[in-house]
Design a protein around this ligand. Structure first.
Ligand code: DGI
Ligand code: FE
Ligand code: FE
Length: 394
């Protein structure tokens, strides 16, 4: 079996890695690929870098996009301390005695190969396939290959168009809230988002873990999407993006808590519920969610508490942040309902008032068609916005 070996930190794996694999495969037609994430010493992996399991998982997700049989091996992440390629190749040769191995790598790694630990051993155990990234690098790479070959190496050089992506760039984009959709496979993007990787934001991380323990998978994903949408809307309308994001991630914190438990919580903290809230399945979580944030999580910011408190019904005089959470709840990426695209166009297209009215009209129609009670705050919100719109257009 001819097996290609590709190692790296893969923190995270990205499209340039995959492109390198595809180009090599086109030229060399291997039978299979082993992808080997490197062990990262604990002091280096602290903080905002993903752990070994997460890196492995992302590699697996990315490999599902390739056509050649590929496996992610954990032999380097399991090893204590720094991993040496020579050791890895020795272990693989023992484990798979009938395989011939080819180490694949980019141009930069190829240049440094002559100084790797026990490089003669590497040359003995594997062929080398280097991917050339620049047109002018060719003669230089051939010269290096000759040098290595004099030391026992068997080298081949494959040409490739080069995607200029680094894992550092991906991490920095995530940290600053930019999209990485064009840099990593879709499933990897989703994994990073769902697991809050590379954000370097302790408060967001704390709340993310808090809601993950309290919500179903779908509701958890919804909350992350509302946080993201709220942050974007805050940027558009001049609210505090940070507060919007935190209020968004927390807004449904009690949505999946059983009604009985919610009522006990209200009793314990002397929270008065009106008849609408007591009668409805869906109204409790907003008022009690805000109370929970205050009493149990120690959040005292009145704007965040207000935004969560009124995210379901709205109310007469809504602050900008409360409007944003109310709207983000309708237009977040996870939402699918007829008309959602129109609402997104309004919300992200500088028509917040219209988006809110659209949402309220939708809710009022749905509730009245199902002969459910309508909370006075919902009606007040609707009327106030109609007046506001008319006033603005007179
Ligand atoms: O928690 P989410 O599902 O993300 O969204 P939400 O908090 O806006 O809740 C939506 C539900 O709340 C939906 O089933 C309609 C219901 N709702 C909204 N306004 C009212 C209401 N239910 C009653 N009874 N009265 C209202 O005024
Ligand atoms: Fe809600
Ligand atoms: Fe919600």
């Amino acid at each position: 079996m001819r097996t290609a070996i590709y190692g790296g930190s893969f923190n995270p794996i990205h499209n340039a890695h995959l492109q390198l694999i595809r180009n090599v495969q086109k030229a060399m037609q291997f039978d299979r690929l082993f992808l080997i994430p490197a062990g990262i010493p604990p002091h280096k992996s602290a903080g905002k870098l993903a752990g070994a399991e997460e890196r492995m998982e992302m590699c697996n997700l990315a490999l599902s996009e390739l056509s050649l049989p590929a496996h992610v091996l954990d032999l380097e992440v399991r090893r204590e301390g720094k991993s040496y390629t020579a050791e890895t190749l020795e272990e693989l040769s023992r484990r798979y005695p009938d395989d011939t191995f080819t180490l694949i790598m980019g141009e930069d790694m190829f240049r440094t190969l002559g100084s790797w630990w026990h490089f003669e051993e590497i040359f003995r155990l594997a062929q080398i396939c280097a991917v050339r990234r620049s047109e002018d690098g060719e003669s230089e790479m051939k010269r290096i290959a000759k040098e290595y070959e004099a030391l026992g190496a068997r080298c081949s050089i494959v040409r490739s168009d080069f995607l200029d992506i680094s894992s550092t760039e991906v991490r920095e984009k995530v940290r600053s809230g930019e999209s990485i959709a064009s840099l990593v496979p879709e499933k990897v993007d989703e994994f990073i988002f769902l697991n809050g990787l590379y954000r370097d934001d302790p408060l967001y991380e704390k709340y993310r873990i808090e809601i993950r323990g309290k919500l179903s998978d779908a509701r958890y994903y919804h909350s992350l999407c509302v946080a993201k949408s709220a942050k974007t809307l805050a940027g558009i309308y001049g609210a505090d993006p940070r507060k919007a994001e935190l209020a968004g991630i927390l807004h449904d914190i009690l949505k999946d808590t059983p009604k009985e438990e919610q009522l006990q919580f209200a009793e314990r903290f002397d929270i008065i519920l009106d008849n609408f809230e007591l009668q409805s399945k869906t109204l409790l979580h907003a008022k009690l969610g805000a109370a929970f944030l205050e009493k149990e999580l120690g959040i005292s910011d009145p704007e965040i508490l207000d935004a969560v408190r009124y995210h379901t019904t709205g109310k007469e005089n809504m602050s900008l942040l409360t409007r944003i959470i109310f709207t983000a709840d309708f237009v977040s990426d996870d939402r699918v309902y007829p008309g959602v695209e129109d609402m997104r166009k309004m919300a992200y297209g500088n028509h917040l008032l219209d988006a809110m009215l659209e949402g309220l009209a939708f809710t009022l129609k749905e509730l009245s068609e199902e002969r459910r009670v309508i909370h006075p705050d919902t009606l007040s919100a609707y009327n106030a916005l109609i007046f506001e719109k008319e006033g603005a257009t007179v």
